[in-house]
Design a protein around this ligand. Structure first.
Ligand code: SAH
Ligand code: SF4
Length: 352
């Protein structure tokens, strides 16, 4: 397998090609003009084009299926070079709005949810991805490629503001080196220029890795998949809690460089009769005390054979109201792409 050029930040690339300014041109061909082959990079000298072509590849994955939801979200299944598959989802957050004269008032808003691993080691009881076990980490370039292919497939302009959430398959902090590479590549000014402030890493709470990420001070947003407020229940739902309990996560979050405008997001998956009671809401308020945080409530999405049930809307609303009354910012996640199983926790490897 040739090396993936999408693994490289601009600086990495500058150390590989001479003279250095070729790196900027190559970035432009890849991320703006989106050529498929180095041989088409017209302002690059022929010998360098051929050398690049021998050593590297631009694309290494193929889109093998695409499902479009009623709400406009699109779920992509990518086949990687070794035959494994991962999913990524283009979420349409808001439709384009027009003024009376037909001119555009607000352009539609996109968020892309990307995968960081094939499968996952964490093994949460409620998660479909966990069912297939862990297969391998994705290379940085394979993470980058999910977005680049989605841009290409939808003709999304490279200057558009797009948000990235690392909430697809896998535990991003379990693949920290490649994850940070991908974060940097996405934020390159000559590339897609997706600022780190528009990128959110969601983790099941690997405290030691949260601390490492904090030290890198990338400016990204952090989301913690909390889901339970006491260790006993959390351990049952998320075995990782044995290694990193709630207190250790809170400690790591307190030391994280928090973007005060965005805050740390705490994801709380509500499962019927398991953690949907107001006693849990009360404990949650206590836990978050003093942390610039916001809570995102997620309905458990059942899948075939899942041991848990979706909570009632009434209970979720009550839970939200309790938090809001206590002054905690709290939203309920809209389940995008529910009809195409593109919603959270419904991504898994597929045969086709
Ligand atoms: N591994 C990371 C990121 C991927 S999972 C993490 O756990 O944070 C993304 C989100 O989907 C997590 O908050 C996860 O708890 C949630 N999720 C998993 N299974 C789900 C299900 N069946 N229904 C709803 N959300 C689920
Ligand atoms: Fe892994 Fe996240 Fe699923 Fe847990 S919820 S098994 S950490 S992908």
């Amino acid at each position: 397998m040739k090396e993936l050029i999408l693994n490289y930040t601009r600086e990495d690339l500058e150390s590989k090609v001479k003279p250095k300014f070729r790196a900027k041109q190559i970035y432009n061909w890849i991320y703006h003009k989106r050529v498929d082959s180095f041989l088409d990079m017209k302002n690059i000298p022929q010998n360098l084009r051929e050398e690049l072509n021998e050593k590297y590849t631009i694309y290494s994955s193929q889109i093998v299926s695409k499902q479009i939801s009623k709400d406009g979200s699109i779920k992509y299944l990518f086949k990687l070079h070794d035959g494994h598959t991962v999913e990524a989802v283009l979420l349409l957050m808001k439709d384009t709005q027009y003024n009376e004269d037909g001119s555009v008032k607000h352009l539609q808003k996109f968020t892309v949810c990307v995968s960081s691993q094939v499968g996952c080691k964490v093994g949460c009881a409620f998660c479909l991805t966990a069912k297939g076990g862990f297969i391998r980490d994705l290379e940085a370039g394979e993470i980058v490629e999910q977005i680049l292919q989605i841009y290409k497939d939808n003709n999304i302009d490279s200057n558009r503001r797009v948000n990235i959430v690392y909430m697809g398959m896998g535990e991003p902090l379990d693949n920290l080196v490649n994850l940070t590479k991908a974060i940097k590549v996405f934020s390159e000014q000559d590339g897609l220029a997706i600022s780190t402030q528009r990128q959110t890493v969601s983790t099941s709470g690997l405290s030691s890795k949260i601390e490492k990420l904090a030290k890198l001070d990338l400016g990204i947003n952090l989301a913690i998949s909390l889901h339970a407020v006491d260790d006993e229940l959390r351990q049952k739902l998320m075995p990782i809690n044995k290694a990193y309990n709630i207190a250790s996560i809170m400690e790591a979050v307190r030391n994280f460089p928090i973007n005060l405008r965005k805050k740390v997001m705490f994801e709380y998956l509500i499962i019927k009769d398991i953690n949907d009671d107001l006693e849990s809401a009360k404990k949650l308020v206590k836990l978050l005390n003093g942390i610039p945080s916001k809570v995102n409530l997620i309905y458990f999405n059942p899948y075939e054979g899942s041991p848990f049930k979706r909570p009632t809307q009434e209970d979720v609303k009550k839970f939200q109201k309790y938090l809001l009354d206590k002054g905690v910012i709290c939203t309920i996640r809209e389940s995008k792409g529910l009809d195409i199983s593109a919603a959270c926790g419904q991504l898994r490897e597929q045969n086709f």
